[in-house]
Design a protein around this ligand. Structure first.
Ligand SMILES: *Cc1c(COP(=O)(O)O)cnc(C)c1O
Length: 428
């Protein structure tokens, strides 16, 4: 499609957009009385209007039923988390039994490493990407030290090549081969949080398995963003937070995937609690743990219902729209944003360098841009004008136009504001 950098053209694209009505289902913060242009759905998704209703329901049930709400609330609490499995399984390409909702992301990765990082003998190394999200670095390093190893030795980082912005699959595969029988676990962010690069999870998972290692994925930037086929790719485990693309609210519960081949396995180590116990016998308070035959066996405590309510509200919308429609719009709006950036680049002296891969299957909603010659005052200008972006030193902005609620007109207007910011500074 031949794009044009004009308001009329952008409005035309919005008219053709089958998802445009969903914009009204979200609440936008306002700057100068106008809805903001929100580019940080990869950090904290906007609040779905339905979230409050779901929370209010719980508050009402709690007031009217108190403890009886566990069993007699319309959405009973004792099995509240089970309402997620089927819908969430569709988002991540899994069987419903392989998906559960519990805790928060880093906590879940730690818990999953109890099961899937079991160093012994020669096999004790973890392969991850260099400059992983800091929480993942701390998590991996502390796990390695917990098992008595030196992080310098036990953590093997895949590196980018000199002068390149992204990882090459061939380099990941080479590293896995090289570490070979010393490799206990491959654990990588499925979509890189900084550049937005999508890893070839299918190929890398297979390579990890060929080396005899477990393979897990941190899907913080992938869930609700890209197509995932965790079951087909034979991934061992994965976890994601729900407050980024999945719009569940700040710090909200994480989702987990645990491959069905590990369900019902007696010898798999796991930290256990009563919510992982056979649900029909949970309240008999028997001394011996009988795991649920699903990913729910990894649940520990009873679920934080109030927190999970907005997640469920949001998930219902994902179920209604489906990932294919979201991805279709995502591809178009990201391509349009990229086009707008190139157009503005021609009109100003500064130069933009998009560090996100340009291939559609190597990126999701996010594009990260180096604004050469610009600094933090541009970021402040954008914020003042109601453009909410994420700025990383020295001069990278990350732009993630979430397909659920961002419009093509937003992309056009962003371009105009960006141009104004750069030009007005040049005049000073
Ligand atoms: C956002 C993000 C996290 C956040 O972890 P929490 O435990 O939810 O605070 C972790 N890892 C990655 C890759 C992320 O992008």
């Amino acid at each position: 499609m031949q794009f044009e950098n004009s308001r009329e053209f952008a409005i035309e694209l919005d008219k053709e957009d089958k998802l445009s009505k969903y914009r009204d289902e979200f609440i936008f913060p306002k700057v100068n009385g106008k809805d903001v242009i929100y580019f940080v759905g990869n950090s904290l998704g906007l609040q779905p209007r339905s979230a409050k209703k779901y929370v209010d329901e719980i508050m009402k049930d709690w007031a009217e039923l108190a403890v009886e709400g566990h069993f007699y609330a319309e959405k009973s609490w004792w099995d509240y988390h089970e309402r997620f499995s089927e819908k969430l399984a569709k988002v991540v390409g899994a069987n419903p039994s392989e998906v559960t909702v519990m805790n928060t992301l880093t906590v879940n990765l730690h818990l999953l490493m109890v099961s899937f990082y079991r160093p012994s003998g020669k096999r004790y190394k973890i392969i991850c990407e260099e400059k992983a999200f800091p929480s993942d670095q701390y998590m991996i390093s502390s796990q390695v030290r917990f098992h008595g190893y030196d992080p310098q030795d036990a953590i093997v980082e895949i590196k980018k090549r000199e002068g390149e912005n992204n990882f090459r699959t061939e380099d990941v595969l080479k590293k896995i081969k090289e570490v070979g029988e010393e490799c206990a676990l491959v654990l990588i962010g499925g979509v890189n949080y900084y550049t937005g690069q999508v890893f070839d999870m299918k190929t890398i998972t297979k390579a990890g398995h060929d080396a005899g290692a477990f393979v897990g994925w941190d899907l913080a930037h992938a869930a609700g963003n890209i197509e995932l086929k965790l079951s087909d790719w034979n991934v061992d485990f994965a976890a994601w937070c729900s407050y980024k693309y999945m719009n569940s609210g700040p710090g909200n519960a994480s989702g987990c995937f645990i491959n069905k081949k590990y369900h019902n396995k007696k010898d798999i180590p796991r930290f256990e609690g009563w919510w992982g116990h056979n649900k029909d016998r949970r309240f008999l308070m028997e001394p011996e743990f009988q795991p649920e035959p699903t990913a729910d066996a990894w649940q520990i405590s009873n679920a934080p219902i109030l927190a999970m309510a907005p997640y469920l509200a949001s998930l219902e919308m994902f179920a209604e729209v489906g990932m294919p429609a979201l991805i279709e719009k995502r591809n178009k709006i990201v391509a349009y944003l990229e086009f707008v950036l190139h157009e503005i680049d021609k009109e100003v002296d500064s130069s933009f360098e998009i560090i996100t891969p340009s291939e559609q299957d190597e990126r999701g909603t996010q594009i990260s841009v180096f604004l050469h010659g610009e600094g933090k005052e541009l970021f402040r200008f954008l914020m003042d004008q109601g453009v909410i972006t994420d700025w990383r030193e020295p001069n990278v902005i990350r732009l993630a136009p979430a397909p659920f609620y961002c419009s093509f007109k937003d992309m056009y207007e962003f371009g105009q504001i960006l141009k104004k910011g750069i030009l007005s500074k040049e005049k000073v």
